[in-house]
Design a protein around this ligand. Structure first.
Ligand SMILES: *Cc1c(COP(=O)(O)O)cnc(C)c1O
Length: 385
């Protein structure tokens, strides 16, 4: 049996490798604390679980779902965009149900990238922006992200010969892994750049609901002209503690939505309709629920930031997302520091370099762990230093 070359050229999925190492420790009876994957520890709100309970008893929901998403789901997505951002998207032509944003990201490569085409990818970003390209024989150009540029991916320095072959550009603010946020001027420059170079701009807005100190992340589609060049991805995963449900949506440019929909209808058969019904309930939630979620993460953020400050590890105070992007101490690389923490403190923190070349020199700490465990983890890191 011979597998495709693309399998050999994929790096192991970031968290699969971390899980393997932690599994070995746990098998020895060691209490490993994971500050690794961004997977909310709190359950899905009861009102959403109840909606699922009702939807699962509807026989129609047991049949194949609509490929693009039920009309009621796409309408709910569109209404949510209007309520939340004041953005109008047509439910039929400008929205598309996704089996999680990850699925949408991977399939965008099938829709837009031919072998040899280039995708502009944030220097530190969600791993599928890179692996999605590998899957289709595309090339990746890593846009530099530095502390000095506020971790705003620098697309403007892309060499002309690369740009000539580029088809698609990913951005994601509030950002995973750096927790950086972007302002309107940056979005406007990205839109103008995509227009000038005939690129699809994909804005992955997975953390649109998770902001602190009064900050509410915007939608790229609020910006003038965005819809001419861009689509945006939203997900129930982080906003409603629904990572296991696999439900998200894409919205924006109709041509891009149609291309992605064409690919998907040949690969998957859509999101379980009962899950779409649950997501409709999710979008209808009271703002107080999101406020409470953000307050919880904000408390954890403050707790970890204070503890890191005490042990001399530097990190910028996040305004959004569920991550702290911390600098590794002098004398370590990202990987050697992450390795030391796993070996000596039994704490999992991903090396920044695993997110791309701009991640070197950093580790990412996820706040999706209960307070006591977070405190314990930081105390163990301190003891290991
Ligand atoms: C969590 C995350 C996703 C994946 O979301 P799903 O909808 O669960 O697939 C996509 N992009 C970023 C940046 C994320 O952090």
């Amino acid at each position: 049996m011979r597998t495709a070359d693309r399998i050999a050229s994929l790096p192991p999925y970031l968290f699969a490798e971390i899980d393997r190492k932690a599994g070995l420790k746990r098998a020895q009876g060691i209490d490993v604390i994971s500050l690794g994957i961004g997977d909310p520890d709190r359950p899905t709100p009861e009102r959403i679980v109840e909606a699922m309970g009702r939807a699962i008893h509807v026989p129609r929901n047991h049949q194949y779902p609509s490929y693009a998403g039920a009309p009621s789901y796409r309408k709910a997505c569109s209404e949510w965009m209007q309520r939340r951002f004041g953005v109008d998207v047509d439910p039929d032509t400008e929205t598309l149900a996704l089996i999680g944003s990850k699925e949408g990201i991977a399939h965008l490569f099938v829709a837009f990238v031919d072998p040899g085409d280039v995708t502009l990818v944030p220097g530190a970003g969600y791993p599928v922006y890179y692996t999605g390209g590998v899957m289709v024989g595309g090339e990746t150009y890593w846009m530099p992200m530095t502390e000095e540029n506020g971790f705003l991916a620098d697309f403007e320095s892309t060499p002309a010969d690369v740009l000539g072959r580029a088809k698609m550009m990913f951005l994601s603010y509030p950002n995973n892994p750096t927790s950086a946020i972007a302002n309107e001027a940056y979005f406007d420059r990205a839109i103008a750049f995509a227009r000038e170079h005939d690129l699809l701009l994909v804005h992955d807005n997975a953390y649109s609901e998770i902001g602190y100190d009064g900050y509410r992340p915007p939608s790229l589609l609020e910006r003038p002209g965005a819809r001419d060049v861009a689509i945006e991805l939203f997900s129930c995963s982080k906003a409603y503690n629904m990572t296991g449900w696999r439900v998200a949506f894409a919205c924006g440019n109709a041509k891009a939505i149609k291309a992605l929909s064409t690919v998907k209808s040949n690969i998957d058969s859509g999101v379980f309709t009962a899950v779409q019904d649950a997501a409709i309930e999710a979008f209808a939630g009271p703002p107080s629920e999101i406020d409470e979620l953000c307050a919880m993460y904000q408390r954890r953020r403050d707790l970890v930031m204070e503890a890191l400050g005490k042990i001399g590890i530097q990190a910028a105070m996040p305004k959004a997302t569920i991550y702290i992007w911390a600098k590794v101490p002098e004398g370590y690389t990202s990987a050697s520091f992450a390795e030391k923490i796993l070996e000596e403190a039994d704490v999992i923190v991903p090396a920044g370099s695993a997110y791309g070349p701009s991640g070197e020199g950093f580790i990412r700490i996820s706040l999706t762990t209960p307070d006591e465990r977070l405190e314990e983890a930081v105390a163990r890191i301190e003891a290991s230093l």
